[in-house]
Write a protein that binds this ligand. Structure first.
Ligand code: AMP
Length: 283
Protein backbone atom coordinates (compact mmCIF):
# COMPACT_ATOMS: atom_id res chain seq x y z
CA UNK A 1 0.00 0.00 0.00
CA UNK A 2 1.40 3.38 -1.04
CA UNK A 3 0.84 6.36 1.27
CA UNK A 4 0.83 9.75 -0.44
CA UNK A 5 0.88 12.92 1.60
CA UNK A 6 0.69 15.73 -0.95
CA UNK A 7 -1.02 16.64 -4.19
CA UNK A 8 2.30 16.91 -6.03
CA UNK A 9 3.36 13.44 -4.88
CA UNK A 10 0.00 12.10 -5.99
CA UNK A 11 0.29 13.69 -9.42
CA UNK A 12 3.80 12.23 -9.85
CA UNK A 13 2.54 8.77 -8.90
CA UNK A 14 -0.44 9.22 -11.16
CA UNK A 15 1.66 10.18 -14.14
CA UNK A 16 4.08 7.30 -13.60
CA UNK A 17 1.82 4.46 -12.56
CA UNK A 18 -1.89 5.14 -12.80
CA UNK A 19 -2.45 6.61 -16.21
CA UNK A 20 -4.66 4.22 -18.21
CA UNK A 21 -5.57 2.07 -15.17
CA UNK A 22 -9.18 1.74 -14.07
CA UNK A 23 -9.28 3.77 -10.85
CA UNK A 24 -11.77 3.48 -7.99
CA UNK A 25 -11.78 6.28 -5.40
CA UNK A 26 -13.26 6.44 -1.89
CA UNK A 27 -13.06 9.85 -0.15
CA UNK A 28 -13.33 9.70 3.68
CA UNK A 29 -12.67 11.76 6.77
CA UNK A 30 -11.02 8.79 8.47
CA UNK A 31 -11.77 7.07 11.77
CA UNK A 32 -12.86 4.21 9.61
CA UNK A 33 -15.54 1.63 10.38
CA UNK A 34 -17.26 -1.19 8.48
CA UNK A 35 -19.38 1.36 6.59
CA UNK A 36 -16.30 2.97 5.03
CA UNK A 37 -14.70 -0.41 4.40
CA UNK A 38 -17.79 -1.61 2.48
CA UNK A 39 -17.14 1.26 0.03
CA UNK A 40 -13.48 0.27 -0.21
CA UNK A 41 -14.38 -3.38 -0.86
CA UNK A 42 -16.84 -2.37 -3.58
CA UNK A 43 -14.09 -0.34 -5.23
CA UNK A 44 -11.53 -3.14 -5.01
CA UNK A 45 -14.01 -5.54 -6.61
CA UNK A 46 -14.67 -3.29 -9.61
CA UNK A 47 -11.40 -1.46 -10.35
CA UNK A 48 -7.71 -2.13 -11.04
CA UNK A 49 -6.50 0.42 -8.48
CA UNK A 50 -8.31 1.60 -5.34
CA UNK A 51 -7.44 4.96 -3.81
CA UNK A 52 -8.80 6.08 -0.44
CA UNK A 53 -8.40 9.63 0.82
CA UNK A 54 -8.41 10.61 4.48
CA UNK A 55 -9.02 14.31 4.99
CA UNK A 56 -11.10 16.00 7.68
CA UNK A 57 -12.35 18.86 5.53
CA UNK A 58 -12.53 22.09 7.57
CA UNK A 59 -14.78 23.89 5.08
CA UNK A 60 -17.73 21.55 5.58
CA UNK A 61 -17.88 22.16 9.35
CA UNK A 62 -19.91 25.13 10.61
CA UNK A 63 -19.07 27.41 13.54
CA UNK A 64 -19.55 25.50 16.80
CA UNK A 65 -19.43 22.13 15.01
CA UNK A 66 -16.95 19.37 15.85
CA UNK A 67 -14.02 20.02 13.42
CA UNK A 68 -11.41 20.19 16.20
CA UNK A 69 -12.77 17.26 18.19
CA UNK A 70 -13.62 15.06 15.16
CA UNK A 71 -12.16 11.60 15.95
CA UNK A 72 -8.84 10.88 14.25
CA UNK A 73 -6.64 7.77 14.30
CA UNK A 74 -4.54 7.58 11.16
CA UNK A 75 -2.44 4.61 12.29
CA UNK A 76 -5.50 2.44 12.87
CA UNK A 77 -7.08 3.64 9.59
CA UNK A 78 -3.95 2.71 7.63
CA UNK A 79 -3.87 -0.78 9.19
CA UNK A 80 -7.54 -1.34 8.28
CA UNK A 81 -7.04 -0.09 4.73
CA UNK A 82 -3.98 -2.28 4.23
CA UNK A 83 -5.84 -5.33 5.55
CA UNK A 84 -8.74 -4.60 3.17
CA UNK A 85 -6.40 -4.45 0.14
CA UNK A 86 -6.30 -0.71 -0.62
CA UNK A 87 -3.60 0.25 -3.16
CA UNK A 88 -3.09 3.95 -2.38
CA UNK A 89 -4.00 6.17 0.56
CA UNK A 90 -3.98 9.92 -0.02
CA UNK A 91 -3.62 11.91 3.25
CA UNK A 92 -3.06 15.57 2.40
CA UNK A 93 -2.64 18.45 4.85
CA UNK A 94 -5.11 21.33 4.98
CA UNK A 95 -2.50 23.74 3.51
CA UNK A 96 -1.98 21.41 0.58
CA UNK A 97 -5.69 21.21 -0.27
CA UNK A 98 -6.43 24.89 0.44
CA UNK A 99 -3.26 26.85 -0.33
CA UNK A 100 -2.91 30.60 0.36
CA UNK A 101 -4.78 30.23 3.65
CA UNK A 102 -8.05 29.24 1.90
CA UNK A 103 -8.09 32.47 -0.09
CA UNK A 104 -9.70 31.58 -3.35
CA UNK A 105 -11.52 33.72 -5.86
CA UNK A 106 -13.97 30.93 -6.54
CA UNK A 107 -17.21 30.71 -4.57
CA UNK A 108 -19.41 27.69 -5.04
CA UNK A 109 -23.11 28.44 -5.24
CA UNK A 110 -25.62 25.67 -4.70
CA UNK A 111 -29.28 25.93 -5.72
CA UNK A 112 -31.28 27.14 -2.71
CA UNK A 113 -33.98 24.57 -3.47
CA UNK A 114 -31.33 21.97 -2.56
CA UNK A 115 -29.83 23.71 0.47
CA UNK A 116 -33.25 24.54 1.94
CA UNK A 117 -34.02 20.92 2.71
CA UNK A 118 -32.75 18.19 5.04
CA UNK A 119 -29.23 18.86 6.39
CA UNK A 120 -28.77 21.76 3.95
CA UNK A 121 -31.28 23.78 5.92
CA UNK A 122 -29.72 23.11 9.33
CA UNK A 123 -26.05 23.23 8.39
CA UNK A 124 -25.64 26.45 6.37
CA UNK A 125 -22.51 26.31 4.22
CA UNK A 126 -21.99 22.59 4.82
CA UNK A 127 -22.71 21.48 1.26
CA UNK A 128 -20.63 24.33 -0.18
CA UNK A 129 -17.72 22.85 1.79
CA UNK A 130 -18.56 19.35 0.55
CA UNK A 131 -18.73 20.60 -3.05
CA UNK A 132 -15.41 22.40 -2.61
CA UNK A 133 -13.52 19.34 -1.34
CA UNK A 134 -15.09 17.03 -3.92
CA UNK A 135 -14.19 19.33 -6.82
CA UNK A 136 -10.66 19.52 -5.45
CA UNK A 137 -10.26 15.77 -4.87
CA UNK A 138 -11.89 14.75 -8.16
CA UNK A 139 -9.54 17.14 -10.00
CA UNK A 140 -6.53 15.45 -8.41
CA UNK A 141 -7.71 11.82 -8.46
CA UNK A 142 -9.12 11.35 -11.92
CA UNK A 143 -11.14 8.27 -11.02
CA UNK A 144 -13.38 6.17 -13.22
CA UNK A 145 -15.57 5.13 -10.30
CA UNK A 146 -16.15 6.83 -6.95
CA UNK A 147 -18.03 5.36 -4.00
CA UNK A 148 -20.25 7.19 -1.52
CA UNK A 149 -22.47 5.98 1.30
CA UNK A 150 -26.24 6.32 0.92
CA UNK A 151 -26.25 7.12 4.65
CA UNK A 152 -25.31 10.66 3.62
CA UNK A 153 -28.01 10.68 0.97
CA UNK A 154 -28.21 14.43 0.31
CA UNK A 155 -24.42 14.48 -0.06
CA UNK A 156 -24.62 11.58 -2.51
CA UNK A 157 -27.21 13.44 -4.65
CA UNK A 158 -25.08 16.61 -4.61
CA UNK A 159 -21.93 14.75 -5.67
CA UNK A 160 -23.78 12.83 -8.40
CA UNK A 161 -24.94 16.17 -9.84
CA UNK A 162 -21.51 17.77 -9.45
CA UNK A 163 -19.84 14.88 -11.24
CA UNK A 164 -22.29 14.80 -14.12
CA UNK A 165 -21.65 18.52 -14.68
CA UNK A 166 -17.91 18.84 -14.06
CA UNK A 167 -16.44 15.31 -14.14
CA UNK A 168 -18.37 13.41 -16.82
CA UNK A 169 -15.70 10.67 -16.93
CA UNK A 170 -16.25 9.92 -13.21
CA UNK A 171 -19.12 7.69 -12.13
CA UNK A 172 -20.64 8.17 -8.65
CA UNK A 173 -21.85 4.95 -7.07
CA UNK A 174 -24.05 4.87 -3.95
CA UNK A 175 -23.40 2.10 -1.43
CA UNK A 176 -26.10 0.96 1.07
CA UNK A 177 -25.80 1.93 4.73
CA UNK A 178 -24.00 -0.53 6.99
CA UNK A 179 -25.68 -0.83 10.39
CA UNK A 180 -24.92 -2.25 13.82
CA UNK A 181 -27.00 -5.33 14.78
CA UNK A 182 -29.29 -2.95 16.65
CA UNK A 183 -30.09 -1.09 13.41
CA UNK A 184 -28.02 2.00 14.29
CA UNK A 185 -26.27 3.35 11.17
CA UNK A 186 -22.50 3.12 11.63
CA UNK A 187 -20.83 6.52 11.92
CA UNK A 188 -17.49 7.85 13.14
CA UNK A 189 -19.53 10.13 15.42
CA UNK A 190 -21.07 7.10 17.22
CA UNK A 191 -17.85 7.04 19.25
CA UNK A 192 -19.15 10.17 21.02
CA UNK A 193 -21.90 7.92 22.51
CA UNK A 194 -21.72 5.43 25.38
CA UNK A 195 -22.79 1.83 24.68
CA UNK A 196 -26.19 2.47 26.28
CA UNK A 197 -26.66 5.61 24.24
CA UNK A 198 -25.77 3.71 21.05
CA UNK A 199 -28.47 1.18 21.86
CA UNK A 200 -30.93 3.99 22.54
CA UNK A 201 -29.90 5.65 19.24
CA UNK A 202 -31.08 2.55 17.36
CA UNK A 203 -34.67 3.76 17.99
CA UNK A 204 -34.05 6.34 15.26
CA UNK A 205 -33.93 3.67 12.55
CA UNK A 206 -36.76 1.69 14.15
CA UNK A 207 -38.91 4.82 14.05
CA UNK A 208 -38.01 5.43 10.40
CA UNK A 209 -39.29 1.92 9.64
CA UNK A 210 -42.48 2.66 11.59
CA UNK A 211 -43.09 5.88 9.61
CA UNK A 212 -42.34 4.12 6.30
CA UNK A 213 -44.97 1.47 7.15
CA UNK A 214 -47.56 4.15 7.86
CA UNK A 215 -46.83 5.83 4.51
CA UNK A 216 -47.14 2.49 2.69
CA UNK A 217 -50.50 1.83 4.37
CA UNK A 218 -51.99 5.30 3.98
CA UNK A 219 -50.45 6.16 0.58
CA UNK A 220 -51.17 9.87 1.20
CA UNK A 221 -48.27 11.56 2.96
CA UNK A 222 -49.25 13.95 5.75
CA UNK A 223 -45.86 15.55 6.34
CA UNK A 224 -46.65 17.46 9.53
CA UNK A 225 -48.40 14.64 11.36
CA UNK A 226 -45.68 12.11 10.40
CA UNK A 227 -42.95 14.41 11.74
CA UNK A 228 -44.95 14.90 14.94
CA UNK A 229 -45.48 11.16 15.39
CA UNK A 230 -41.76 10.52 14.80
CA UNK A 231 -40.75 13.17 17.35
CA UNK A 232 -43.31 12.08 19.97
CA UNK A 233 -42.31 8.41 19.70
CA UNK A 234 -38.63 9.26 20.14
CA UNK A 235 -39.28 11.58 23.07
CA UNK A 236 -41.44 8.95 24.75
CA UNK A 237 -38.44 6.60 24.52
CA UNK A 238 -36.05 9.11 26.10
CA UNK A 239 -35.87 12.80 26.92
CA UNK A 240 -32.22 12.72 25.78
CA UNK A 241 -33.45 12.94 22.17
CA UNK A 242 -33.92 16.28 20.39
CA UNK A 243 -35.30 15.57 16.93
CA UNK A 244 -34.19 18.17 14.35
CA UNK A 245 -36.10 17.21 11.19
CA UNK A 246 -38.03 14.40 9.53
CA UNK A 247 -38.69 15.03 5.84
CA UNK A 248 -40.22 12.90 3.09
CA UNK A 249 -39.32 13.20 -0.63
CA UNK A 250 -38.96 11.06 -3.69
CA UNK A 251 -35.48 9.60 -4.24
CA UNK A 252 -34.47 12.66 -6.32
CA UNK A 253 -35.40 14.79 -3.30
CA UNK A 254 -38.46 16.29 -5.01
CA UNK A 255 -41.60 17.04 -2.98
CA UNK A 256 -44.25 14.30 -3.03
CA UNK A 257 -47.60 13.90 -1.32
CA UNK A 258 -48.30 10.28 -2.18
CA UNK A 259 -46.28 7.11 -1.79
CA UNK A 260 -44.26 5.88 -4.80
CA UNK A 261 -43.10 2.29 -4.45
CA UNK A 262 -39.30 1.98 -3.97
CA UNK A 263 -38.86 5.67 -4.71
CA UNK A 264 -39.98 7.21 -1.44
CA UNK A 265 -37.30 8.62 0.84
CA UNK A 266 -37.40 9.73 4.48
CA UNK A 267 -34.43 11.58 5.96
CA UNK A 268 -33.93 12.56 9.56
CA UNK A 269 -31.48 14.24 11.92
CA UNK A 270 -31.77 13.75 15.67
CA UNK A 271 -29.61 14.94 18.53
CA UNK A 272 -28.92 12.43 21.29
CA UNK A 273 -27.57 14.66 24.05
CA UNK A 274 -25.19 16.84 22.04
CA UNK A 275 -24.44 14.28 19.32
CA UNK A 276 -26.12 14.86 15.96
CA UNK A 277 -27.09 11.64 14.18
CA UNK A 278 -28.54 11.33 10.67
CA UNK A 279 -30.28 8.42 9.00
CA UNK A 280 -32.65 7.70 6.15
CA UNK A 281 -34.69 5.00 4.49
CA UNK A 282 -35.87 4.39 0.92
CA UNK A 283 -38.87 2.16 0.43
P1 AMP B 1 -17.08 10.24 6.24
O1 AMP B 1 -15.77 9.73 6.70
O2 AMP B 1 -18.11 10.37 7.31
O3 AMP B 1 -16.96 11.48 5.39
O4 AMP B 1 -17.66 9.14 5.26
C1 AMP B 1 -16.93 8.74 4.12
C2 AMP B 1 -17.85 7.94 3.23
O5 AMP B 1 -18.32 6.78 3.94
C3 AMP B 1 -19.10 8.72 2.81
O6 AMP B 1 -19.39 8.42 1.46
C4 AMP B 1 -20.16 8.18 3.74
O7 AMP B 1 -21.46 8.29 3.22
C5 AMP B 1 -19.73 6.73 3.86
N1 AMP B 1 -20.31 6.12 5.06
C6 AMP B 1 -20.29 6.60 6.33
N2 AMP B 1 -20.98 5.79 7.17
C7 AMP B 1 -21.45 4.77 6.40
C8 AMP B 1 -22.24 3.60 6.67
N3 AMP B 1 -22.69 3.33 7.89
N4 AMP B 1 -22.52 2.77 5.64
C9 AMP B 1 -22.07 3.05 4.39
N5 AMP B 1 -21.33 4.12 4.07
C10 AMP B 1 -21.02 4.97 5.06
Amino acid sequence: MIIIKSTLDYLNTYNKQLNSKKIGFVPTMGYLHEGHLSLVKESIKNNEVTIVSIFVNPTQFGKGEDFNSYPRNTERDLALLKETGTDIVFIPEVEDIYPNNHKSLVEIGIDSDFTNKLCGKYRPGHFNGVAQIIIKLFSIVKANNTYFGLKDYQQYILIKNLASTFFPYTKVIGVPTIRENSGLAMSSRNTYLTEDEQLLASSIYKNLIMISNIIKENVTINHLSLAKLFNDTLLKKSSLFTPQYLEVYDTNLNQINTYIQNQTFIGTAVYLNKVRLIDNITF
